[in-house]
Design a protein around this ligand. Structure first.
Ligand code: ADP
Ligand code: MG
Ligand code: ZN
Length: 484
């Protein structure tokens, strides 16, 4: 290689908003569950003479997202027509936002090799989705159910410098969209689509190289895979004396290569102009303030709080804040338990996650409530059940939905701490193992472990080990002194 290259990446993300009705009409957005062309009206079919009406909830969701991404909210915004012709767009234009979007200039913090880094968010704006085309042989079918679904567009600055950082940005962005309840973030279903822009430049130089853009990627894995491929393709081109051509590419899943789609359109081609059928948007600071107030604690803040205030490891804090519901579950269990919260963290990230995974269910649907988990931890602390039996009790709680207390009673798992009962166990163990007793008296301290194990087996693991150890110690001491 002649020189060392630096990668420059910017991401454009489209996310369907979870409003119940479409962007400019009252049709339902439940397009994935419906028969084709059943959720339509003159507005979303683009009939001449039909008039759009702004969905206020979509504006609110956009502002919510923009605030979560630290953007400045516009006091004055407007919708514009982006004109182009394609069978998925019957009006001949998409209503979008051009020069006066709802928000600009934000950032999202990501972690790259253990260091926090901010990725600039250039803008968050609102537009409408197009219809869905299905290509069959030499004809295509059009389903207008998706036409007019509110679509968020989130564009970064060219601040991303590695494939890992792009992956991290996409992961955190999707987490935030879900967290604040504006989008399902379901990439497989196409509710979240990513378009990376990529260029390379000799390391140490200022000027950006010519970029290419990869359209509509449907998983974070494919974002990473296509970026790796495209970066290498650009480097190889430059190294062999060629030049990168600015163009739009698609990802060919079968061959794992990027392929040219069409040459890059210029903004002029879209003949943007203000949408004459919609009023401009004037956002009062009081309304924006209310939206800000309604935002929940965000993942990054929560992660920080778990580490700084609760003293959890960065790893545990990351796992517990992967989605909003897990943190809620954790905190409810901590409150109900009122003991060492690290124990709660271990149970949630360990046994609970393992069993939920096995059952292929989510924490919201956990058969064990946070209060029930706290109940289990408390009876372990109280010695009702041994720590080693606690996992069995938990398993039964998951399977039956019963409380720890009930499982212990029904399955007879109660720990035996009763002195008289355990004394008879210890006596029996001593009677049945004369050799081990002799070894012990002859100076082999390890023989105690053998006798302990025997006592635990006799009680099917239910004896309180502390009490058994104590009683066994006393008995052996008596035998020792009577020998001398
Ligand atoms: P357009 O609106 O024509 O798609 P923009 O200039 O708005 O183009 O940029 C789109 C995306 O491309 C943004 O995320 C931006 O950060 C990114 N980008 C711009 N220039 C470059 C470049 N030279 N290399 C990589 N990404 C870039
Ligand atoms: Mg673009
Ligand atoms: Zn409609």
């Amino acid at each position: 290689m002649i020189c060392d290259y630096e990668t420059v990446i910017g991401l454009e993300v489209h996310a369907e908003l979870m409003t119940s009705s479409k962007m400019f009409c009252g049709c339902s957005t439940a397009h994935r569950a419906a028969e084709p062309n059943t959720l339509v009206c003159p507005v979303c079919l683009g009939m001449p003479g039909s008039l759009p009406v702004i969905n206020e909830r979509a504006i609110e969701f956009t502002v919510r997202t923009a605030l979560a991404l630290n953007c400045a909210i516009a006091e004055f915004a407007k919708f514009d027509r982006k004109n182009y012709h394609y069978p998925d767009l019957p009006k001949g234009y998409q209503i979008s936002q051009y020069d006066m979007p709802l928000s600009r200039d934000g950032w999202l913090e990501i972690e790259v090799n253990g260091t926090a880094k901010r990725v600039g968010v250039r803008r968050v704006h609102l537009e409408e989705d197009t219809a869905k085309l299905t290509h069959i042989d030499d004809y295509s079918l059009v389903d207008f159910n998706r036409s007019g679904v509110p679509l968020l567009e989130i564009v970064t600055e060219p601040d991303i410098r590695s494939v890992g950082a792009a992956r991290e940005y996409a992961t955190r962005l999707r987490q935030i969209l879900r967290w604040i309840g504006v989008s399902t973030g379901d990439m497989e279903a196409g509710a979240l689509r990513i378009e990376p822009n990529i260029s390379v430049r000799p390391r140490g130089t200022e000027a950006f190289g010519t970029r290419t853009e990869i359209k509509n990627l449907n998983s974070i894995r494919v974002v990473a895979q296509s970026l790796e491929y495209e970066i290498q393709r650009q480097i190889d081109l430059l190294e062999s004396g060629g030049a990168v051509v600015q163009q739009t590419l698609g990802w060919d899943e079968a061959c794992s290569v990027t392929v040219p789609q069409r040459s890059k359109e210029f903004a002029e081609d879209y003949r943007y102009f203000p949408e004459p059928d919609l009023p401009p948007l004037i956002l009062s600071s009081a309304w924006v303030h209310d939206v800000r107030e309604s935002l929940p604690e965000l993942p990054e803040e929560r992660r920080r709080r778990y580490v700084d205030e609760l003293g959890l490891s960065t790893y545990d804090a990351g796992v517990l804040t992967a989605d909003r519901a897990t943190g809620v579950y954790f905190e409810q269990a901590v409150e109900a338990y009122d003991g060492d919260l690290k124990k709660v963290a271990n149970w949630v990230t360990g046994e609970l996650f393992r069993l939920l995974n096995e059952m292929d269910t989510s924490i919201e649907l956990s058969p064990v409530t946070p209060e029930a988990l706290a109940g289990l931890l408390r009876i372990v602390d109280d010695g009702v059940v041994s720590a080693s039996k606690a996992k069995d009790v938990f398993q039964a709680m998951v399977e039956t939905g019963k409380s720890a207390q009930d499982v212990v009673e029904e399955q007879g798992l109660r720990q035996i701490s009763d002195q008289d009962r355990l004394l008879s166990v210890v006596d029996a163990v001593i009677d049945e193992n004369p050799q081990a007793v002799e070894d012990y008296l002859g100076g082999k301290g390890a023989a105690v472990g053998y006798l302990m194990g025997h006592a635990m087996r006799m009680t099917r693991g239910q004896a309180n080990p502390g009490v058994v150890r104590e009683l066994l110690g006393e008995r052996l001491a008596t035998l020792e002194s009577s020998e001398q």
